[in-house]
Design a protein around this ligand. Structure first.
Ligand SMILES: Nc1ncnc2c1ncn2[C@@H]1O[C@H](COP(=O)(O)OP(=O)(O)O)[C@@H](O)[C@H]1O
Ligand SMILES: [Mg+2]
Length: 404
């Protein structure tokens, strides 16, 4: 990951150093470069390892600790993050004057830590307002029921998780009838409800523990068990969970519901890329047009949308790709061929396409799509062929814009 923050920490107190370390080690986007138990050695360690952030825990000896903060501020380029159990205003003022960029009060919550590191990271990268440094966030939306959103979300997740340097999480937001757990043959202990309701108490390690890990490496946060539990997820709590997930995982995928409810909107807002899955049929393409018009009302959303045609070749004689593209007036980002057997068998066996049908064209298309979403500019769209030929769409085209 290019945006990982490299940290060095000093705290003469072993117990509190271990506490902070375990908090930091659970974050995927942080790399602990060095740790030190003596204030007097830390300057040299920083000079040798040149971290992005120097974490100084003041409590063992605030006077010597403050001198160190001042020295680091003057002699090194690292941002200093101070940790202290004191809420004494004058100490805080002195710490700021000594040059600390951030001060966290013990006990530190995961959210406070993320916030501080984000501010440091944003300041270092020239002040962008993005919520996360490096997490690749993808929301998978569908133009209609059954277009293949879950199939693609799960398989993109598994494809990304096959690279061991990635840590990938999938959140099932289809609260009523979500079935990502079926695709992954998982029986989860906890759901989105448990995690959202306890967000204030969660740290990165606990969050990861409450998720179910599939053999592909993909972590799943499933929908609630009971239909009645869905309203218990507060959108603000959910947004906080997303913040934690972003700091914990290198890749985060949302399988959205088809109701485009509040949680779906939070997920789309928090994602850098939104896949809109559609098939080449009239109801779906109409919905693409309608959805894009609605997305236009939400600042910055339409620009993030990438249209993916699923099940290419299913209905070859009806609507051609070119006509579809003209109609929806957007580029088509990717095409996935129709291969019911591979997809259904993969789902029924609870394994990804890469395991079920490694050589199939559909698998290659999904793997390449995952690579493209991950920023691989060499990832290519295979020729999908079949339904790119002439279409009879002009018959219904005049109705497209009218009633939406
Ligand atoms: N590319 C594809 N080729 C053939 N069948 C597919 C393809 N993608 C999805 N399917 C099938 O379509 C059905 C609906 O897929 P699903 O992912 O559950 O859709 P959604 O989540 O949008 O409701 C499933 O039976 C799945 O196996
Ligand atoms: Mg689904």
């Amino acid at each position: 990951m290019s945006n990982v923050l490299r940290l060095a920490i000093v705290d003469p107190n072993d117990a509190s150093r271990e506490t902070i370390k375990s908090l930091l080690l659970g974050m995927d986007l942080v790399w602990l470069e060095a740790e030190c138990s003596r204030y007097e050695f830390f300057g040299d360690i920083v000079e040798q390892t040149n971290p992005d952030v120097g974490v100084v825990c003041l409590d063992e000896d605030p006077e010597i600790g403050l001198e160190l903060v001042e020295r680091l501020h003057e002699t090194s380029s690292c941002a200093v993050l101070v940790v202290s159990n004191s809420d004494d205003g004058s100490l805080i003022l002195r710490t700021m004057r000594a040059g600390a960029k951030e001060i966290l009060t013990v006990p530190i919550t995961a959210e406070e830590l993320i916030g501080a590191l984000e501010r440091i990271s944003n300041a270092r990268s020239g002040g962008g307002k993005g919520k996360s440094r490096g997490c690749v966030t993808i929301a998978v939306a569908g133009a209609s029921g059954g277009v293949g959103s879950t199939s693609l979300a799960v398989n993109i997740g598994c494809a990304l998780a096959s690279d061991e340097s990635n840590s990938v999480a999938l959140v099932d937001l289809d609260l009523a009838v979500g079935d990502a757990d079926v695709f992954l043959d998982a029986i989860p202990d906890y759901t989105l409800v448990d995690v959202s309701q306890n967000v204030a108490r969660l740290d990165f390690t606990l969050l990861k523990k409450s998720m179910t890990k599939h053999s592909s490496g993909l972590y799943l946060l499933p929908r609630p068990v009971q239909l009645q539990d869905a309203p218990l997820i507060d959108p603000d709590d959910f947004a906080r969970v997303v913040g934690l997930l972003k700091a914990t995982f290198s890749h985060l995928i949302f399988d959205l519901s088809k109701s485009y409810g509040e949680l779906d909107m939070v997920a789309m807002r928090e994602s850098r890329q939104v896949l809109l899955i559609t098939q080449l049929d009239l109801p779906c393409l109409r919905n693409v047009v309608r959805l894009m018009m609605s997305f236009d009302e939400e600042e910055g959303l339409k620009e993030k949308v990438k249209i993916v045609i699923n099940r290419m070749g299913l209905d070859a004689e009806h609507i051609g790709l070119k006509k579809a593209q003209e109609t929806i007036n957007s580029d088509i980002f990717w095409r996935i061929p129709n291969d019911y057997r591979s997809m259904a068998e993969a789902r029924n066996n609870g394994v990804p396409l890469t395991v079920q049908s490694p050589k199939a064209a559909i698998t290659q298309a999904v793997v390449n799509l995952a690579a493209a979403l991950n920023g691989d500019e060499t990832a290519e769209q295979e020729a999908v062929g079949a339904s790119e030929k002439k279409s009879g769409m002009s018959k219904w085209l005049p109705f497209m814009g009218g009633k939406s």
